[in-house]
Design a binder for this molecule. Sequence first.
Ligand SMILES: *Cc1c(COP(=O)(O)O)cnc(C)c1O
Length: 353
Amino acid sequence: MSFINHWLRADIQAINAYHVPASTDMIKLDAMESPFPLPDELIAQYLACLADADLNRYPNPSADDLQQTLRDLMDIPADFGMLLGNGSDELIQLLALACETDDTVLSVEPSFVMYSMIAKFTRLNYQGVDLNDDFEIDLPATLSAIKAHNPKLIFIAYPNNPTGNAFDRKLIEKIINSTDAMVVLDEAYYAYADDSFLGDIAKYPNLVLLRTVSKIGFAGLRLGLLIGAQETVTELDKLRLPYNINTLTQVSANFLLQEKEQIDKNAKAILVERANLSNDLSAINGLVVYPSQANFILFKAPKANVLFKALKDQGVLIKNLSAAPRLNDCLRVTVGSAKENAQFIKIVKNHYG
Ligand SMILES: *Cc1c(COP(=O)(O)O)cnc(C)c1O
């Protein structure tokens, strides 16, 4: 037995590592990144900001300027509390750390895999509740699971990843009202959705929201935020590691996230492309295309594994979900630029043509 096998917690040895596939020189439509680079006219100014950063000093511990920038960008009222994370993944972990051993994390399935993975790392119990066949919340099953397992945390992605739909708001309201658990609505895709619970924070003391800048053009910054009652945030902030938002992220985000018009314009362009991509996929015989409120589309394709491989061999990387429970023959494609989407569609058409 090797040293590490002897030393490491058995449950961690049993975890399948979060796998990020190689993507050098590929059209990358697998991770919900934005296709839009920094506009040329901003580069000189951006570099000047970076040159000004005091990298010999620790970062601003509370990232005050950045908090204000995010409030302006996302219209977050001044009286709501805000906690920043090194990606919203870090905030999911921070919420799990706030639980006691033996507490249960509940989520719906299929959904974002980090909820169950982080529950495992932090030795919490995890309870998944299946969505119905339309990928909508099964309210009776969810309420009875809440009753049976008395979860401490409930994660609901709104809109959901990987299915793309936003659940019925009334069902979510019923869940929030039914429980003492903290309900975490993960709005990673808020920029592409028709609805948000931002306006409901004051109404429900047990509700917090997660957002991120990853899906609006800045995945490389690693910056997520939790929004909730000020009192909730003040307590949770004790679990945040000091200086978790590094200086380069603070300086970059403070500059780049001021460009609200550009960010909105890019999001609108993705919505147009999403509609085109959805239409083009729907026109291909044999495909089932699911509705999306996010910057990706889930679709079901005959022999999905073969299509996935054909795309990959021709330089287009998407996400193969066909081995996941409930997602037999399902693939997920990120909405890219018009050019990237056209290349993707061309390959899919040829494959079935
Ligand atoms: C992408 C994604 C995240 C991760 O966001 P980061 O800020 O990049 O860590 C969180 N939740 C959902 C539902 C996502 O799809």
